[in-house]
Design a protein around this ligand. Structure first.
Ligand code: MF3
Ligand code: CO
Length: 271
């Protein structure tokens, strides 16, 4: 899916607001992360995130987002082979599943957008490697978010790391600029060529979101018309942060107040 939307440059004040949107969003994700265990439903996780949003008087831009029909929930929760846009429901998570949760928050008109993938109990060694590689790909992409670099530098770095670890990057879905709109320009693919694409400038804010598959990058859309899954039925993973490009380099806006990520796998993760 290729599109061409407006790019907005944020002021210092707007970046402060976006940091708050991102922090509240991280709290919503962390509240859900904290209750992940076998037996819990994906609707329970959605409710945990919504409760935090209600507490702050904010809401998710996902709700009613236009698509085949208005998106029906505040979060996307995708299990195992489901890559993105899973709709929360009464399904119970099982020991060894992996679950991705994507949440957005609108605060003072600006959006924070972030996602993680977590194990339910303990997943297989291959699943763990998939999660580690996908999360690390996100941080490698973030490290490229500097003025003077181009979108293709981010894309290529993500692709190289993921493929170097034996996995595949999605082709049909991308990261994106984010601001007052959830999907602004530039589009940020998870594959590409260094030195190509749009020049990164201070004040741009982008949501980087590596989506990683095993064996083949092919995806399919399920019967509910929203959920995207791997075509081959193998596991998939997705991590996302909202990142500001500043003179001093990348600033992750979608972290908790203490600078940590909502889900830190076995404590081995960077901030
Ligand atoms: N956070 C996602 C994205 O970056 C998913 C939004 S899809 C929606 O595109 F329909 F739920 F809004
Ligand atoms: Co996004």
């Amino acid at each position: 899916m290729t599109w061409d939307r407006k790019i907005t440059i944020k002021t210092e004040r707007e970046l402060q607001i976006m940091r708050i949107a991102g922090r509240i969003n991280a709290e919503a994700l962390a509240a859900a992360y904290a209750i992940i265990r076998p037996g819990i439903t994906t609707a329970d996780l959605n409710a945990a995130a919504e409760e935090v949003q209600r507490k702050y008087g904010v809401y998710s831009p996902f709700k009613n987002y236009p698509g085949p029909y208005p998106y029906p929930a505040s979060t996307c929760i995708s299990v195992n082979d489901e890559l993105v846009h899973g709709i929360p429901d009464g399904r119970k998570l099982k020991e060894g599943d992996i679950v991705s949760m994507d949440c957005g928050t609108v605060y003072e008109g600006f959006i924070g957008d972030s996602a993680f993938t977590a194990q339910v109990g303990e997943a297989s060694p291959q699943a763990k490697k998939l999660l580690e590689v996908t999360e690390q790909a996100l941080y490698i992409g973030i490290s490229m978010c500097k003025p003077g670099n181009r979108v293709g530098d981010i894309s290529a770095a993500i692709q190289k790391y993921v493929e170097g670890n034996g996995f595949e990057v999605v082709r049909e879905y991308t990261g994106h600029g984010v601001g007052r709109d959830m999907h602004e320009g530039p589009q940020v693919p998870n594959y590409g060529t260094p030195g190509t694409g749009m020049l990164l400038r201070p004040g741009m804010v982008i949501a980087l979101e590596p989506m990683v598959l095993i064996g083949s990058p092919a995806t399919k859309v399920l019967a509910n018309q929203w959920t995207v899954a791997s075509k081959n039925g193998k596991l998939t993973a997705h991590f996302e942060h909202t990142v500001a490009i500043t003179e001093n380099g990348p600033v992750i806006l979608s972290l908790l107040e203490d600078g940590s990520s909502p889900a830190q796998i076995a404590g081995r993760l960077v901030k």
